[in-house]
Design a protein around this ligand. Structure first.
Ligand code: FAD
Length: 326
């Protein structure tokens, strides 16, 4: 069965977010030679056309409207609804991001469609689409299918591999105007708090600190290590509650979910609520002076020691490797 698959493209500071390319990968798995349509909002949509095309989008809707320069629930929901009515897709993929989590349930209810959220894998069984997603704070995986009707799914960042770049066959470009009214919120200012522009939820390396880091200065040590590895800084809620760092860095059940290639937990005990946000990382390294700390149960490599000694040593060693390979 050929399917028409629509994806919502997310951009940040002039760059495509990886999760949008991951959504195209998911779309390719289920489209079965059907059409993949990408919807880009905002005035600078054309700059993303080439990359979206290379990764497999067949038709790109450029949706430009004064009301779409900054995300608002009302503005995006109205615009995306009109795109959906026009495209009439069978499946819609969004990122499992702040935007995707806000829009997908709202539109799924409005349209009466099924919704599977926080998807880490998609596959086909015969003609049916199977969605894999973590449950019980990441302790188990469930495989779900929607029995009838059309489908929304949100894709957890960093899980579905971005496909190889294909030989570019020009995508169709469809400028699309939307009618937006009655926006109930005004965005006055957007203040970003992530470290150095490395997006925590899409970072390949995360160096994360807990209460054991003991203060803001301790986080500077972690930052040096993260910089050498080209990674982002994360934190436990313990560290955020103690005001060692900002809550935007919190990882876990009530924070961000990350799945980097390498997660280095420094002075974090490993409470279940923290594990929920990082246990799907590919390699987990834990540094803790307590050999009984639960974090060692999920770690691939454990270093029992004082992080104030271990972290600078690691930074030095990674620096040497980096210089040797440049
Ligand atoms: P602690 O548990 O105090 O651990 C500090 C660790 O540092 C210890 O293991 C200690 O041995 C080690 N240490 C101390 N000094 C050093 C040193 N010099 N070198 C090496 N190791 C050292 N937590 C989250 O993280 N994310 C969430 O999203 C989250 N959501 C929650 C939701 C709810 C509803 C609840 C009830 C709790 C939630 N929590 C969350 C809190 C969670 O239960 C823990 O309290 C929290 O994760 C503990 O943070 P921590 O590991 O930094 O601190």
């Amino acid at each position: 069965m050929n399917r028409k698959v629509l994806i919502l493209v997310e951009t940040r500071e002039g760059k495509l977010r990886n999760v949008s390319l991951e959504s195209i990968s998911a779309a390719k798995q289920v489209a079965n030679e059907g059409e993949i349509i990408a919807a880009v909002f905002g005035e600078d949509g054309e700059q993303y056309v080439s990359k979206l095309t290379q990764h497999g989008a067949n038709n790109i809707y450029l949706v430009n409207n004064d009301q779409l320069q900054t995300y608002t629930t009302d503005g995006y929901a109205q615009a995306f609804f009109q795109v959906i009515e026009e495209v009439k897709p069978d499946v819609i993929f969004l990122g499992h991001t702040a935007i995707g989590k806000d829009l997908a349930p709202r539109l799924a209810v409005r349209l009466g469609w099924g919704l599977v959220s926080d998807v880490t894998d998609v596959s086909l069984e015969g003609d049916e689409i199977l969605f894999t997603r973590p449950i019980y704070a990441g302790k188990a995986l469930e495989v779900k299918k929607i029995i009838y009707g059309k489908i929304f799914a949100t894709i957890r960042p960093n899980n579905i591999p971005i496909g190889e770049v294909e030989i570019e066959t020009p995508a169709k470009l469809t400028p699309f105007s939307v009618d937006i009214k009655d926006i109930r919120t005004t965005i006055r200012e957007v203040v970003r708090k992530s470290s150095d522009g490395v997006d925590l939820s899409e970072a390949n390396v995360v160096v994360s600190g807990g209460r054991g880091v003991k203060g803001e200065d301790g986080f500077l040590l972690l930052k040096e290590l993260a910089d050498v590895l080209g990674g982002a800084i994360g934190a436990s809620r313990g560290a955020c509650d103690a005001e060692y760092c900002d809550y935007s860095l919190q990882i876990g059940q009530t924070g961000k979910v990350v799945t980097p290639d390498l997660y280095i937990a420094c002075g974090i005990s490993g409470a279940i609520q923290h594990i929920a946000g990082m246990s799907n990382s590919k390699i987990i390294v834990a540094i803790n002076k307590d050999p009984e700390a639960p974090i060692f149960q999920v770690a691939d490599y454990g270093i029992v020691g004082d992080l104030f000694e271990v972290v600078p040593l690691l930074t030095e060693e990674f620096k040497k490797i980096k210089h040797a390979t440049v």
